[in-house]
Design a binder for this molecule. Structure first.
Ligand code: SF4
Ligand code: SF4
Length: 357
């Protein structure tokens, strides 16, 4: 333990990379000036002087199965939930120990939603959910926009789609944040230009969620930025269900128990995949690949759902009476004793991979 040694930005960044962060940026907390209370992290840690933002690359290969239409678990887990809920927190914990061992308090913030008081899609506070503990404070939970944090920490820019683009990976990363009372030298706000308004994100968005014409302007950290007007509800529905007409989902009907981790059938077809392909082709990113993501002549396949739904009778029978409820995203919730039935061999998968469907 060494309270004598004051940490520098270089120390923090070197440690973060050692712990597994791909990119790291640092902002003074003052860059949040002008943010409304409900989204201002200075209310979470009033003594914080700096914010450290860590970026973790989404493996390009985690998008491969969705791209080919043959494997959907990988993006939802390795490219999404596990990065936000497992890998990011692991790095945060290690960094937290490092900061505390040097006498600094640090608030580790994983990108796991804003709590029930904040609508995860709109970012709006749900009125009536909680109340400020003192006059002048926001109501809990304050919800921090991780893309805004990344922008303030100089990691990149907002693309037209509002996906965050970095010079290293384009749209292919997720973020975690640390607020600390360490006074660290900040990075400048990114002044480069990655997004060239090619509109590939718009053309390939299967939720029609990114407006081709209407934009939203904002001032963040004193810099004016703009992105497309977005329909977050349309995005959420299309992303989970595989497009507006489920044209990108090979799954039939409301096939139960698809994933424990949630659905990602559309696989960010526009705002991540098409954008990534475009930026890689234009050689705009520092992290390129030996082979292109798509071969020449590539064309997006679509699934024809007009054919009848063919759930085998034995599966239908096995699930009968075990479906407790259905949520807003067409997932079935299976009764808790379903597992016992499955273990007893009463539910068989008709595939050769051995998993329960
Ligand atoms: S696809 Fe093109 S317009 Fe859309 S965010 Fe990426 S670079 Fe910008
Ligand atoms: S995730 Fe899919 S539906 Fe949502 S904005 Fe991106 S491309 Fe469109």
């Amino acid at each position: 333990m060494s309270y004598e040694k004051e940490l520098t930005s270089a120390d923090v960044k070197a440690k973060a990379k050692e712990c597994g962060a791909d990119i790291v940026g640092i902002a003074p907390m003052s860059r949040w000036e002008g943010t409304d209370k409900q989204h201002d992290p200075r209310y979470i840690f009033p003594g914080a002087k700096s914010m450290i933002v860590f970026g973790f690359r989404i493996p390009r290969g985690s998008l491969r199965g969705v791209e080919e239409g043959t494997h959907y678990l990988n993006y939802a887990t390795m490219g999404y939930a596990a990065l936000n809920s497992i890998y990011g927190p692991m790095v945060l914990w290690e960094m937290n120990r490092f900061m505390e061992d040097h006498g600094y308090e640090a608030v580790p913030m994983a990108n796991v939603g804003g709590g029930e008081a904040v609508n995860p899609l709109t970012g709006n506070f749900r009125k009536g959910w909680s109340r400020p503990v003192r006059p002048g404070l926001p109501a809990p939970d304050v919800s921090v926009d991780f893309r805004v944090a990344a922008f303030l920490a100089g990691l990149g820019e907002f693309g037209y789609s509002r996906a965050f683009l970095t010079p290293e990976f384009g749209p292919r990363q997720r973020f975690a944040i640390m607020l600390t009372d360490a006074e660290l030298e900040p990075d400048p706000i990114y002044a480069g230009k990655i997004c060239d308004r090619c509109m590939e994100c718009v053309k390939n968005c299967h939720g029609n969620a990114i407006s081709p014409t209407e934009t939203v302007k904002a001032v963040i950290g004193g810099v004016e930025v703009a992105w497309a007007k977005r329909d977050e509800m349309a995005c959420s529905k299309a992303f989970r269900e595989g497009g507006l007409n489920r044209e990108l989902s090979p799954f039939d009907g409301n096939y139960p128990r698809k994933y424990g981790y949630g659905l990602a059938h559309e696989g960010s077809c526009g705002c991540i995949r098409a954008c990534m392909v475009h930026l890689e082709e234009r050689r705009k990113l520092t992290h390129g690949f030996r082979e292109p993501f798509r071969q020449p002549g590539w064309k997006q396949w679509e699934v024809d759902h007009s054919k009848p739904y063919e759930l085998p009778p034995e599966i239908r029978e096995a699930y009968a009476g075990n479906i407790e409820s259905q949520d807003a995203y067409t997932n079935y919730n299976i009764k808790s004793n379903y597992g016992t039935k499955a273990a007893a061999g009463l539910v068989q998968d008709n595939s050769s991979s051995g998993g329960v469907a």
